[in-house]
Design a protein around this ligand. Structure first.
Ligand code: ZN
Length: 280
């Protein structure tokens, strides 16, 4: 049995996690069989469905909003969850900017931004003593599922308040997100099953339209989203990918590096301003 508890080395953690995912496809299929048996489909989005989108102000979730409206014709309830991140203020500014931008572009399909104040996910009391290497390798434990569970609660609120029937929660996970198990399609299937069972309602679904092959012909990567944004004339200068607390993106954190690498590979200049001259 491969156990992750108190492993101190990032490479070792990633190796164990990878090995523990060796039955990924088999496990995914098993969950899909349960969903098929209970409701006749794995995931399904119809035109004019209302959905909740978890949005963070980063490149991926910002462009995903445009992608799902144009591709699926859905109505979007955007949800920003305050979780005590260092870059939160800038993330929120970015999110608000794009919600306004998309309201102009898509009208009523984009609903008002809802800002959920939880302050700390995970709770600061716990987070401060989480193993640093684990965080670096695969993120905080159950952070994404916690956000998704909040999104389900928000959908329940929307249904009651606006007489809606939202059962779909979408995230902007892209094909590039491969290390953290919580960003995988298996995690999203597992979350779907978890929510359906716990709510006693088989109509719920949590997924990313970018990596879910039930919804897209091919997995969509960050580079595809950037090209989509260019084509749709979505300015990317206000997106906030940097996780540092500085007003201007530092260009040096792991998220900045990942983003800049994709722009470089595309031969495009990132419109975002950087503290260091790492851009291009
Ligand atoms: Zn950064």
């Amino acid at each position: 049995m491969n156990d992750l508890i108190n492993k101190q080395n990032e490479t070792e953690i990633l190796k164990i996690v990878k090995n523990n995912q060796r039955n990924f496809d088999y496990n995914k299929k098993k969950i899909e069989q349960i969903l098929l048996k209970e409701r006749g489909f794995i995931v399904n989005i119809d035109k004019n469905d209302s959905i909740v989108l978890l949005i963070s102000g980063g490149l991926d979730s910002v462009i995903t909003l445009s992608y799902i409206i144009e591709k699926f014709g859905v109505n979007v309830y955007p949800l920003f969850i305050k979780r005590g991140a260092r870059a939160e203020k800038k993330e929120l500014e970015s999110t608000q900017y794009y919600i306004n931008f998309y309201k102009e572009k898509y009208g009523d399909r984009v609903k008002d931004l809802f800002i959920l104040n939880d302050e700390d996910i995970p709770a600061k009391q716990l987070k401060n003593d989480f193993p640093k290497e684990r965080m670096k390798a695969i993120g905080h434990p159950l952070r994404n599922s916690t956000l998704q569970n909040y999104a389900v609660m928000y959908a329940t609120y929307v249904n009651s308040k606006y007489n809606e029937s939202v059962r779909t929660i979408l995230t902007g996970s892209v094909g590039d997100d491969t290390t953290c198990p919580e960003l995988s399609i298996l995690s999203l299937r597992s979350q779907t099953l978890n929510v359906c069972i716990n709510l006693g309602d088989w109509n719920w679904q949590i997924t990313s339209p970018l990596i879910d092959l039930e919804l897209t012909d091919k997995v969509i990567f960050k580079k595809d989203l950037i090209l989509w944004a260019k084509e749709k004339k979505i300015p990317l200068s206000k997106t906030r990918t940097c996780v540092s607390d500085s007003d201007i993106a530092d260009g040096t954190c792991s998220e900045c590096k990942r983003r800049l690498k994709v722009f470089r590979e595309l031969g495009l200049k990132d419109e975002v301003e950087y503290l260091t001259d790492k851009n291009f």
